[in-house]
Design a protein. Structure first.
Length: 113
């Protein structure tokens, strides 16, 4: 059974940085996933895609994070990362990683102004 575990969230002041990690287990290699990415949920009814490695095509970033966030992956470590710099209060939310049809449990990011 595939499990994704996020880590690296926390409380940070505006302008600060955080690095989120997503570790996959129960799978041979994350290289097999067609698509993977990071989502942010700032309200119960809205979960938005922040950054992703889509199936084919170039890396995607939401306009709100372009130039500040960087998504990366390490297939050998079965991990995906999200480096978040110059954080803003509107970046606050629960961040979820997703690989294929699998989701992590989420990690809270709170940016204080």
């Amino acid at each position: 059974q595939v499990q994704l575990v996020e880590s690296g969230g926390g409380l940070v002041q505006a302008g600060g940085s955080l690095r989120l990690s997503c570790l996959a287990s129960g799978t041979g290699s994350i290289f097999s996933f067609n698509a993977m990415g990071w989502y942010r949920q700032a309200s119960p009814s809205r979960r938005e895609l922040v950054a992703s490695f889509p199936s084919g095509g170039r890396i995607y970033y939401d306009d709100s994070v372009k130039g500040r966030f960087t998504i990366s992956r390490d297939n050998a470590k079965n991990s995906m990362y999200l480096q978040m710099n110059n954080l803003k209060s509107e970046d606050t939310g629960v961040y979820y990683c997703a690989m294929g049809d699998f989701w992590g449990q989420g990690t809270q990011v709170t940016v204080s102004s």
